[in-house]
Design a protein around this ligand. Structure first.
Ligand SMILES: [Zn+2]
Length: 342
């Protein structure tokens, strides 16, 4: 009976939902289902700006990028104890698995929670225990060293994260206020991370322009760029990205929601794809932007003219850009191609 219900539900899903997917740019704290967040808000005595679930959902509409960051910080006030990460991680993983997302590289931002007295390593453990309860999706962790905290703090977080790498931490990144905290001061931290064998990404070309992407490439020597939306401001940069095959973790709907682009129709992803830049499709903070990976693909088809074959190429580019062994990538791609929904 249970199987029948599951089968019926699956048959009602659109191709975009059924097709197997990977996601390389997802913030764990931005992917908390609203009911799970609402439970945390209530646990900590409620909040006058979100008296009910509907009001809480309305908070996730933004005027601009700084307003989005402000809301991000507000939300994190309700993640105070290790057990809070316990409940959200499983909720996030179940949500991802339900969308046929099979492999995820998820950011988590330990230093955002130091003020609640939480430590990097126990936090990583709390997250990992609950992700493991959902075997349908494999979630690798990427530590966001949070640029706003500065390079010294980032170096400390890196050292802490390195000690718990066996919990599935595969890389590092820097998120936060890109326009105020450029990449260059983090050069030594990235050098260190590379030396430790960790993969690297940096948010660049989202709230700041092409110079920030050049900084991430030249100073940080990143494996991938988070967003890269504003690369188009510099033709030479576009050539460089294509030639050196530096993948972009693109997040189209996120860019519209935070005002980085005016509309999806104006988003450069189609032009980058045609130019041979490796683009991957991601949601960034799905429960803060009201998007899903299926919705991203639906809009790529509907608004930007991507064919199903081109969408499949984007999914395969996501596998290719993942921080997995060549063997694992090959097996994942084969499993996707064999999937009836492919
Ligand atoms: Zn992001």
């Amino acid at each position: 009976m249970v199987e029948n219900i599951a089968t019926t539900r699956k048959s009602k899903m659109s191709w975009f939902e059924r097709v197997p997917k990977v996601e390389l740019h997802l913030h764990l704290e931005g992917a908390i289902p609203h009911d799970a967040l609402w439970e945390l808000v209530q646990k900590y005595g409620g909040d006058p700006s979100a008296p009910d679930l509907e009001a809480l959902e309305r908070k996730f509409e933004y005027r601009d990028f700084p307003h989005f960051i402000e809301t991000w910080v507000w939300k994190n006030r309700f993640l105070r104890e290790y057990e809070d990460f316990t409940s959200i991680s499983e909720a996030v993983a179940r949500d991802l698995a339900g969308q046929n997302i099979r492999y995820v590289e998820a950011f988590f931002s330990p230093s955002d929670f130091f003020r609640h007295g939480l430590g990097t390593q126990k936090l990583t453990e709390a997250i990992r225990i609950d992700l493991s309860r959902v075997p349908e999706v494999e979630v690798a962790l990427v530590a966001d060293l949070v640029r706003d905290s500065g390079p010294e703090k980032a170096a400390v977080t890196l050292a802490e994260v390195n000690e718990v790498r066996d919990l599935g931490v595969v890389g590092i990144g820097i998120g936060g206020l890109e326009q105020h905290f450029p990449p260059e001061p983090f050069e030594a931290v990235y050098e260190k991370a590379r030396g430790l064998g960790l993969h690297t990404s940096a948010h660049a070309g989202e709230a700041a322009g092409a110079a920030s992407i050049w900084g991430a490439i030249r100073s940080l020597r990143v494996d991938r760029i988070g967003h890269g939306t504003r690369a188009e401001e510099d033709e030479a940069l576009l050539d460089y990205l294509a030639e050196h095959r530096i993948p972009l973790e693109m997040c189209p709907i996120s860019n519209v929601r935070t005002g980085v682009v005016n509309s999806l129709e104006e988003h450069p992803i189609r032009r980058y794809f045609e130019r041979g830049i490796i683009v991957t499709i991601n949601t960034d903070d799905p429960k803060m932007f009201g998007n899903s990976l299926a919705e991203e693909f639906r809009l790529l088809e509907g608004k930007l003219g991507f064919s199903r074959d081109e969408i499949r190429s984007c999914i395969l580019q996501g596998i290719q850009a993942a921080w997995l062994s060549e063997d694992r990538k090959q097996r994942l791609a084969e499993a996707f191609r064999r999937d009836p929904a492919w």
